[in-house]
Design a binder for this molecule. Structure first.
Ligand code: G
Ligand code: MN
Length: 266
């Protein structure tokens, strides 16, 4: 362990003791019926000296400190971001399974969201990923279409869900090429038997387009920002009312026809 990591770990342990660490939960809803399918758990740590510390820095340390306990206690289907570093340990799937058993949470309720990094290529993690799948744990490929993620992974690795990076979602209403890319990614996901999820949906137009293109699950500020645990039930009640309203615009049909034609003309 480096000196910086040791310091971070010490601060992290202090933060845990002082309860400065918290989890927020961002709903993921079905584009078919607007129902809550899972929540993505996101860790927030505001260190008094460092300020907000990125989960990508402390999550590898956090996993050893009961983080998963807190998540799974929630009894909701949960997706959890996992750093590729912890995946290098072959016993990691066993550890996650053991925690699930201790918390009496069925493993098929858990989906791990993975982002590929420069030094942690998924293809090198085949054994670990396969072990997760054998245990029934789902695997989502996060931020698909950017960074290091590649088509090779989809062919070779046992993913169950593909998350379309928000950079493609942002300009769906304005950019033809983004729409084509998203459409193709969704078809690719479905062809491979994967759930297609769109991240970062912030506007009604984006929501309608992504639904139009056949995406399965949506997540983003329009649906809900990451929420405090106590706010989830209230949000869910409210969203059941909001969902039909989000889609009930007669002009939408006309408009999406125009879009569909434009796409097929390319
Ligand atoms: O890489 P990943 O998809 O796990 O990123 C999750 C982060 O994205 C969280 O920090 C969350 O707050 C943020 N986020 C969630 N929804 C939206 C959104 O609609 N727009 C933007 N810009 N960020 C979002
Ligand atoms: Mn994620």
């Amino acid at each position: 362990m480096t000196a910086a990591d040791r310091k971070l770990l010490e601060s992290f342990e202090r933060a845990l003791a002082r309860q400065e660490l918290r989890l927020v939960y961002q709903p993921k809803v079905s584009l078919r019926d607007g129902r809550l399918t899972r929540v993505e758990a996101l860790v927030r740590w505001d260190d008094p000296e460092r300020g907000p510390v990125s989960p990508s820095r402390f999550v590898p340390l956090a996993e050893k400190h009961g983080l998963i306990d807190q998540l799974t206690k929630w009894g909701l289907k949960t997706t959890l971001n996992i750093s590729a570093i912890s995946l290098q340990r072959l016993d990691f799937p066993d550890m996650v399974e053991r925690l699930c058993r201790e918390m009496e949470v069925p493993t098929d309720r858990l989906v791990l969201e993975l982002t590929e990094g420069a030094t942690q290529q998924f293809v090198k993690l085949m054994d670990t990923l396969t072990r997760f799948r054998i245990k029934g744990i789902g695997l989502a490929i996060d931020d698909f279409g950017t960074g290091y993620s590649s088509l090779l992974q989809l062919r070779q690795l046992p993913f169950t869900e593909l998350k379309i990076d928000r950079c493609f979602v942002v300009d769906l209403p304005s950019a033809h090429d983004s729409r084509l890319i998203v459409k193709t990614i969704i078809e690719l996901a479905h062809g491979l038997g994967l759930v297609a999820t769109a991240e970062g949906v912030e506007t009604i137009e984006q929501l309608r387009l992504i639904r139009e293109l056949g995406c399965d699950v949506v997540q983003g500020f329009l649906i809900a920002p990451p929420l405090e645990p106590g706010d989830l039930i209230g949000w869910n009640e409210d969203f059941k009312r909001r969902w039909p309203e989000l889609l009930s615009d007669e002009s939408l049909e006309l408009w999406s026809d125009v879009e569909a034609n434009a796409l097929s003309e390319r």
